[in-house]
Design a protein around this ligand. Structure first.
Ligand code: TYM
Length: 333
């Protein structure tokens, strides 16, 4: 079976709706058809220098959310990045093949370092995309299911793979991003022209999978819309309404046209919000319960992740060996 790879950062306790609709829903669909590998990228999360106990908890609860959302550990490989040392090892090699200017152009780096200022920025944040490229290239992944915001990182991954293939022969599979048509960019409820983001200043714009359903309902009801008072599909002029329609569509499967028709007429914003809140609650409640079940037995969770890491290493080790040999490192034996 062709291979896919993807991951999320354990930077918060809860995933938000963007992570869920932009990535996870596709992971679950694709694991049927592909040999799927899903990683909790704790080394990436270290770039924000979290509290150690918090990082450990978040790593577990992120994995628990993978499973709660439908990732099946029997079918897919799920593991924690730091337990497979080949990621950091390959990242070093890739660092040496990445131009300084090329890395400086990554918009995610510019956003994040800009927000924190030169003082708060570490080198890990700068080399982040090369570690991400290593994640993907180690497993010869053909496809990488992610949201729109990861497109540029995927482009860099492809460039690095092609560059190294041109120099050393066929070292890497050149991966393709798999970005969903719907849900690729879920927007903030408070600022619907900006993506829903874990690092946003205004957390009222984020729907968190593990928050109390009541809190999320409240956030949806106070989502920013517009004064025009008619439900129409116009992402440019009506980004708030477009976002709510997209979320509705992602959960209900109903077409945008059908929804626009349903909520036609004056003063239907309230009805749209009520229905979106209800749809979200019906997904969120069982999700939260499943996460609690996994978190109640951290020993079992750790065992699943350890088994995943073992399988991952079996796949990663030969790739790293291939690369080490190609670049001219002496064999270890
Ligand atoms: P992260 O942890 O920020 O986000 C996890 C996934 O959620 C998607 N996403 C969104 N999708 C739609 N709308 C949004 N508002 C939204 N916000 C986030 C992201 O696109 C992502 O798919 N660098 C990655 C983690 C990573 C990775 C990898 C991913 C590290 N190595 C290798 C794929 C392959 C990141 O920061 O994701």
């Amino acid at each position: 079976r062709p291979r896919i790879f993807s991951g999320m950062q354990p930077t918060h306790d809860s995933l938000h709706l963007g992570n869920y609709l932009g990535a996870q829903v596709n992971w679950v669909k694709m694991q049927e058809e592909f040999d799927a590998i899903f990683c909790v990228v704790d080394q990436h999360a270290l770039t924000v220098v979290p509290d150690p106990a918090e990082l450990r908890t978040r790593t577990r609860v992120t994995a628990a959310q993978y499973f709660a959302g439908g990732v099946d550990p029997e079918r897919s490989t799920v593991f924690v990045q730091s337990q497979v040392p080949e990621h950091a090892q390959l990242a070093w090699v890739l660092n040496c093949f990445t131009g300084f200017g090329e890395a400086s152009r990554m918009t995610q780096f510019k956003d994040k370092s800009g927000k924190r200022g030169a003082e708060g920025t570490n080198v890990g944040l700068f080399t982040y995309p090369m570690l991400m490229a290593a994640d993907i290239l180690l497993y010869d992944a053909q496809k990488v299911p992610v949201g729109e915001d990861q497109r540029q990182h995927l482009e860099l991954t492809r460039d690095l793979a092609q560059r190294m293939n041109a120099r050393y022969g066929d070292l890497f599979v050149v991966p393709e991003p798999h970005i969903p048509a719907d849900g690729a960019k879920i927007m903030s409820l408070q600022e619907p022209t900006a993506k829903m983001s874990k690092s946003a200043d205004d957390q009222r714009g984020n729907l968190m999978m593990l928050d109390e359903p009541k809190a999320n309902t409240k956030k949806i009801k106070s989502a920013v819309t517009d004064l025009d008072n008619a439900v129409r599909w116009d992402p440019e002029a009506k980004p708030g309404i477009a976002n709510l329609l997209r979320i509705h569509h992602a959960f209900s499967g109903e077409s945008i046209e059908a929804l626009v028709e349903r909520y036609a007429g004056e003063n239907k914003y309230g009805a749209l919000k009520t229905d979106v809140a209800e749809l979200f609650r019906s997904v969120q409640e069982p999700f939260k319960e499943k996460v609690d079940t996994y978190m109640a037995d951290p020993g079992q969770l750790d065992a699943i992740l350890a088994a995943g890491a073992e399988r991952a290493r079996e796949l990663a080790a030969p790739t790293l060996e291939r690369v080490y040999d190609a670049v001219g490192f002496l064999p270890a034996r």
